[in-house]
Design a protein around this ligand. Sequence first.
Ligand code: XUL
Length: 551
Amino acid sequence: MVDRGGRLYVGLDSSTQSLTAIAIEVTGRDARVAFEASLAFDEAFPQYGTDHGVLVADSTHHASAGVRRGEAMSSPVMWAEALDTMLGRLAAGGLDTSRIAAISGSAQQHGSVYLNHDAERLLATLDASRPLAGQIAPMLSRAASPIWLDSSTSEECRQISDAVGGPAVLARRTGSRAFERFTGPQIRKFAAVDPAGYAATGRIHLVSSFLASLLAGHHAPIDPGDASGMNLMDLKDRQWWTTAVEATASGLAGKLPPIAPPWTVVGSLSPFWRTRHALPSAKVVAWSGDNPCSLIGVGLVREGRIAVSLGTSDTIFGLMTEPRVDSSGTGHVFGSPTGDYMGLTCFSNGSLARERVQDAYGFTWTDFSRALDITPAGNQGRILIPWFEPEITPLVAEPRVHRYRLSPDDAAANIRAVVEAQQMAIAAHAQWMAVNVDTIHATGGAAANREILQVMADVFGAEVYRSTVSNSAALGAALRAWHADLLDEGSPLPWSTITAIAEPNPSTRVRPDPGRHAVYRELMPVYEACEAHALGRGPDPSPALERFAGR
Ligand code: XUL
């Protein structure tokens, strides 16, 4: 067998606020992180005037970018400059870069980059003696790129849904109903608002395929993981769905890149990178979205394992072998880098809700944990619905907190109530994935709190591990590069071997308690009835909560 010792694989993650790079060194079947660096856009490239990576509406600075209220844009030139700077750093980072075998990437999903008809020629003839940033503007037919924080396309969402036969049809075919941030509605708006700009557009890339194109020196394809964030791809056959493409904008079919499997080697690093940073002719593997890449980066390569990320927002995601979709219209199905699917549901009231309740009682995190310790599972039938901010799952436009049999004066019960409500909501709204969850990888800031993880384990009846991977999307991209390189050589390794580096430490395991899990199984339908009541869709379930009192 060929000795694979010492090969390097690079994963880049172009997120909303930063560009991160990870290089892993692979010896046999073992991988270790050999390089890790991040560039925060606002700090590293202040000349673009971004705020947390975004060109903001109503700022005089951005009048020139034409950003209006509800719109969120960023700069493809800035992303390119970050790529150039980062690969320069990687080259100067003490690694033997001649051992880089393949490079792949991850990018914020949904954002789009509009290239003109000259782009193909310009991509192939980048001048290595000049920085990349100055060579991007001549390829663009639109200066700024709309990104996932944009909420300005409600009208386009309605029009596209109507044209394809309604939201349920769109969700069934593409994995999601129409969402403002999804690329299809964004393209439709651009075509209507700037027909000349749209006509001058030869190719519409996602952030992921744009950056892959810069590396390869020619137009790269889009992978199914990121294409499924566009409301344009047929989930089952992983090709553009003609009905949606035609409903979105005229002539769009000719402007979309092809869709190719996530492990496609799209080319090799172009002469620009080889001359400019003395990098080798490494394979460039198709980029994907950050959520599909994180699936790999936290090691979710079989059905039954899910991740719950407890951050600013709370998110649950996991691999699905079948493209099941959420009939309630809040969840998403994306392609998985393994060739399967992934389900994802996001809740906006995450850390914010936990902190609101904590602050209301002047509690430290130690007090917070103690409150969970001294209160019983099921909270004696006391429920809090924590919609402190507008919620996306379920859809709640007017924020309001609801309490059932719960006095605001009982600090400990309110702490338990917010944690139980969040975990029951996550479990209830992930039922559409129909995944029999046996293992949960918990990530995000609040995953450091073992008492919260105990509630999670008890609600799901599953073992919870704390995942310590910090840059999961960049790591996932590096692991994808490794997987694709071996596959390309005809000697693939199973995904479980590729992702061994992402296995959580067994010492972080939190086991479910069967008695407490039984309480939550009984309480869950009543919790769902509380949500329905709070949404004005059902009777007050307080009487059903009585039976949990005194337990
Ligand atoms: C997913 C989404 C975000 C972006 C952030 O639908 O909008 O997670 O991918 O980078």
